[in-house]
Design a protein around this ligand. Structure first.
Ligand code: NAP
Length: 489
């Protein structure tokens, strides 16, 4: 339940229906599903629960709006995004409260996500007017080569619960800039933030039918027919590798262009020559941002034996001092995990490591009481047989392993099927370059604990995904290339 008048107002003001072709409607069979506050386990509100017919209606609307939208002036699309950037920024407090209520993270973290999320609108408002082509005389001199980029067509966007706004704007921004229409399906646990964003985009001038929002609890049944329908030309998914793999298979039927932002298992390597205080500061960010529920979260710490005890002691002090509570409370730094299953999985991974010989330096116990809280936890002496050496933790747990040779650290860091991001701390420039080149990841945080940046290409190697979001390549995912071979006589 919302606990204050302000919380009630923020929840009341959100659209709870499906947004299709610019109209808000109930699900055809009138069904709804509940959205919970993970800090209490209580219901916040109900939203429409789309059926496969509703999903198809959303696709009909996106397909109908596509030709006119593709023909709009790039400047017009850019200005809609710019206005949306300004509106999201102006309303950051209200959106942050909504996000904290449905997802659990502290208000300060929700605000930080909103700044990051809005930045994708600003970035792509600027990219909309820079969609370039190519013109050249061909090798024989007798013809001309004209290369143009055109919107790929209606897109299906599927987003996770951990960054309810940013994972949406990172897809919607380039799709709008490129001239694509879309159907978006936010995570069932956190649909309210995207519903709020859709209202803001309409206010910013986005025409009806360009963005259609489908909320559902029958996700697979509603999404699969859309993926198999020839009118969708692009699937952009952020979520687990397991679901991503399934969606790639489904996309094969229509040979869809796919972007997959999948799971991570980031190593955080601290060399003997690192500035330990800075490494601890970076570790706090890489581990505790979003309560550890980030694909970029440091999952495995490899610390040189010479500095391992100092690093572990300082990290333990910082993590042990963090204030846990409902994300809306003043000074809270650690909110609840998003749901009971997520908390149970984290507890299971810690118990497994402890049974196999790890030492708990702080945390490690599920607290009593309501909500899905798990305390910041540091584990030392972790054996490599522990499950958390291989599996994505997605919670506030820092397992520390030690090494003595750089080669061993690189081998251990790369010993995973994931390759989203790696963190590296060293003061030696040559070592920094050598090791950065050897780390098998789409991104490296070099002496910094965060890589997210709207102006940089975000994405992973190996089973962490396909394609990139953000940066100057982000818009390419929503464009098709056409080459015209010209006979000029
Ligand atoms: P998830 O279970 O894979 O869900 C992600 C989205 O996919 C949700 O909207 C979910 O809907 C939907 N979905 C689930 N089953 C589906 C199906 N059969 N067909 C179509 N859609 C389906 O992942 P999550 O637990 O929300 O998110 C955590 C994962 O996301 C982690 O592995 C994390 O590393 C990854 N992630 C990656 C990035 C990145 O950029 N690489 C960023 C953030 C998160 P429902 O909510 O209705 O189930």
């Amino acid at each position: 339940m919302p606990e204050t008048d302000r919380e009630r107002r923020v929840i009341d003001e959100v659209t709870k229906g499906l947004i299709i072709g610019g109209s808000v409607r109930d699900a055809t069979d009138g069904r709804t599903f509940g959205v919970e506050d993970p800090s209490t386990g209580e219901l916040l509100c109900d939203v429409a629960d789309a059926s496969p017919e509703d999903g198809m209606a959303a696709l009909d609307a996106a397909a109908a709006a596509q030709p006119a939208w593709a023909a709009t002036a790039p400047r017009e699309r850019g200005e809609i995004l710019r206005r949306a950037f300004e509106l999201v920024t102006e309303r950051a407090d209200e959106i942050a409260l909504l996000m904290t209520l449905e997802m659990g993270k502290p208000l300060a973290e929700s605000k930080a996500e909103i700044t990051y999320a809005a930045e994708f609108f600003r970035w792509f408002s600027e990219e909309a007017v820079r969609i370039a082509g190519e013109w050249k005389v061909n090798a024989t001199g007798s013809g001309r080569v004209l290369v143009m980029r055109q919107p790929i067509g209606p897109c299906l966007l599927i987003t996770p619960w951990n960054f309810p706004l940013a994972m949406g704007t990172r897809k919607i921004g380039p799709a709008v800039a490129a001239g694509c229409t879309m159907v978006i399906k936010p995570a069932g646990l956190t649909p309210l933030t995207i519903l709020k964003l859709a209202d803001i985009l309409a206010e910013a001038g986005l025409p009806d039918g360009v963005l259609n929002v489908v909320t559902t609890s029958s996700t697979g049944k509603v999404m699969e027919p859309l993926i198999r329908d020839g009118r969708i030309r692009k699937l952009s998914f952020t979520g687990s590798t397991e679901v991503g793999r399934k969606l790639i298979e489904q996309s094969a039927e229509q040979v869809l262009k796919t972007s997959m932002e999948l799971g991570g298992n980031a190593p955080f390597v601290v060399c003997a020559d690192a500035d330990v205080d800075e490494a601890v500061q970076g570790a706090m960010l890489a581990k505790m941002r979003n309560i550890g529920e980030a694909c970029t979260a440091a999952n495995r710490f490899y610390v040189h034996a010479d500095v391992a005890e100092e690093f572990t002691k300082k990290l333990t002090e910082r993590m042990g001092d963090m204030k846990i509570g409902r994300g809306t409370e003043e000074g809270v730094e650690v909110g609840p995990l998003v749901e009971a299953d997520q908390r149970d999985k984290v507890a299971e991974l810690v118990d497994d490591a402890v049974q196999k010989g790890a030492t708990v330096r702080t945390g490690g116990q599920v607290p009593s009481g309501a909500g899905y809280f798990y305390p910041p936890t540091v584990l030392a002496d972790v054996p490599t047989s522990a499950r958390l050496a291989k599996e994505e933790i997605f919670g506030p747990v820092a397992p520390i392993f030690t090494f003595t040779e750089d080669d061993d650290a690189v081998r251990a860091a790369n010993d995973t099927e994931f390759g989203l991001v790696s963190y590296l701390y060293t003061k030696d420039l040559s070592r920094a370059i050598r090791l950065s080149e050897r780390l098998e990841a789409g991104m490296v945080g070099l002496n910094q604990g965060m890589v997210s940046n709207a102006g940089a290409p975000f994405g992973g190697w190996k089973q962490s995904g396909l394609g990139r979001e953000g940066g100057s390549v982000g818009i390419e995912e929503y464009l098709e290339i056409k080459y015209v071979a010209m006979n000029v006589g």
